[in-house]
Ligand binder design. Structure first.
Ligand SMILES: Cc1cc2nc3c(=O)[nH]c(=O)nc-3n(C[C@H](O)[C@H](O)[C@H](O)COP(=O)(O)OP(=O)(O)OC[C@H]3O[C@@H](n4cnc5c(N)ncnc54)[C@H](O)[C@@H]3O)c2cc1C
Length: 431
């Protein structure tokens, strides 16, 4: 890390920047890097001390394109992360689907992706941002975005020693993750009524692992409880990330306070997980998170734009988080650069990519709804519609704009109820 530009706990070098980015996750680092690379002054403020733990280890293959654009693909390749070639689904009874290999319809090198330790992965992104010219400050908690006459013009930040600074900028990029600073402040968050879930998760060493090309596969295993499922994500150093997701009423209401016990009870309801971790040692404390899905009514306003979880979050079922963070940050960076160039810093200009981005996110949301529909199963669906395997694999890869997915949802809607696509308030329709 460039120590000159990230002295933990010290204040920003200046009082005014072209762009202030809030949060140094995949969305913040991507937007900051792409904007700084074009010669703009960019300050990235991160509340936590880096490196920091964060959930979300499984990447989608389509993250390849952002990593390539950032110039990080080769670096990530060398880092010893576990190779992920497929995802496989298990029914309540433990019956498995044929693995969905990402290379089935396209053998491009992007069809292999990674299971990453986010502490390490996000640190790589931060180091790369700093070497691209971003000024990074961690231990820097943004308390509020400063608005004047409805236009964002800066932030107030609290530093490690408790002092506060007010900084000005031309554009605020909100990539504060689920903190969703601007969306909460302006009351823009719309929570998905059907996807109000919680997760309990931890890591194990010495648990079952697949072999060869399947060693790094993500497994999605349904539990005996309706709409409850486990992820099983092999990591480096013989560790596996295991988490259970279920409706918050089931996982939280009236349950004992000890998360360890709740997790153990849920494992008993999923024999396919129980047998895989029976001889393993737990290596991380049990963590609990509400993982409600939501989307903001707007993606940008005068002087500000959001990306990643700060704009919207989708159930972790298909490991979409980092991909969506990357994609939305790339699009936001392009809009910010064009807006700075033209001098038009209106919400319309900064959010011009919003409708197209949301349309891609909505395709993944439909697939999430299908999974939770009691009438739907992948094997049953593919038996009836073998021609849909290609578009399905395309979605699991993250090719959310691929022409092959157009007919997929028509066939799916015959088997389960799919949601209406959401749109943004006053920010146009997808092109
Ligand atoms: C249970 C669960 C499992 C998941 N599994 C996966 C998975 O397998 N694969 C996947 O791709 N995704 C997964 N995700 C989603 C993934 O973790 C996120 O979508 C992804 O990290 C979003 O990136 P981001 O940059 O938008 O936000 P984050 O990675 O959350 O980064 C936001 C940053 O902003 C900082 N911040 C917040 N508030 C402030 C503030 N006021 N001032 C300064 N800094 C601030 C935070 O400290 C944080 O570092 C999962 C999510 C959950 C809940």
């Amino acid at each position: 890390m460039d120590e000159m530009k990230n002295e933990t706990g010290t204040g920003p070098a200046r009082d005014d920047y072209d762009v202030v980015v809030i949060g140094a996750g995949p969305a913040g680092t991507t937007a900051a890097t792409l904007i700084a690379r074009e010669g703009r002054s960019v300050l990235m403020l991160e509340r936590d001390r880096f490196p920091r733990y964060v959930v979300g280890e499984s990447l989608m293959p389509a993250t390849y394109w952002t990593l390539q654009r950032l110039g990080l693909w080769e670096r990530v390749k060398q880092d010893g992360f576990v190779k992920k070639h497929s995802v496989q689904f298990f029914s309540k009874g433990g019956r498995s689907s044929t693995p969905f290999y990402f290379h089935e319809f396209d053998g491009h090198e992007s069809s292999q992706t990674w299971q990453v330790d986010r502490e390490r992965f996000d640190q790589l992104l931060v180091e790369h941002a700093v070497s691209s010219g971003v000024e990074m400050r961690d231990h820097a908690n943004v308390k509020q975005v400063l608005f004047e006459d409805g236009r964002a013009g800066g932030v107030e930040v609290e530093l490690a020693d408790g002092t506060r600074r007010r900084l000005t900028c031309r554009v605020v990029v909100d990539t504060s993750g689920q903190t969703a600073l601007i969306s909460r402040k302006l009351g823009l968050r719309r929570i998905d009524p059907l996807l109000q879930h919680a997760s309990f998760f931890t890591r194990f060493r010495g648990a079952w692992r697949g072999e060869g090309i399947d060693e790094g596969a993500t497994l999605i295993l349904a539990s005996e409880v309706d709409n409850c499922w486990f992820w099983y994500i092999p990591l480096a150093a013989d560790e596996v990330s295991v988490g259970v997701v279920g409706h918050m009423d089931h996982l939280l209401k009236g349950r004992v306070k000890d998360p360890q016990q709740v997790f153990a009870e849920e494992v008993e309801r999923c024999p396919a997980v129980a047998e895989r971790i029976a001889a393993a040692e737990q290596t991380m404390e049990m963590r609990v998170m509400r993982d409600f899905s939501y989307v903001s009514q707007r993606i940008a306003g005068d002087g500000w734009v959001m990306a990643g979880d700060a704009f919207g979050f989708l159930d972790p079922m298909y490991s979409t988080g980092v991909f969506l963070a990357f994609k939305s940050a790339e699009l936001a960076a392009d809009s910010v650069l064009a807006a700075l160039e033209s001098g038009d810093l209106s919400g319309e200009s900064l959010g011009r990519h919003g409708a197209d981005y949301l349309a891609g996110m909505e395709s993944m949301r439909k697939l999430v709804y299908a999974f939770y529909d009691p009438g739907f199963s992948f094997p049953k669906f593919l038996k009836m519609h073998p021609d849909c395997r290609e578009p399905l694999v395309n979605l699991l890869v993250g090719n959310v704009y691929h022409k092959s997915i157009e007919g997929l949802f028509e066939s799916m809607a015959k088997m389960c109820e799919l949601p209406e696509a959401r749109t943004l308030d006053g920010q146009g329709q997808p092109s």
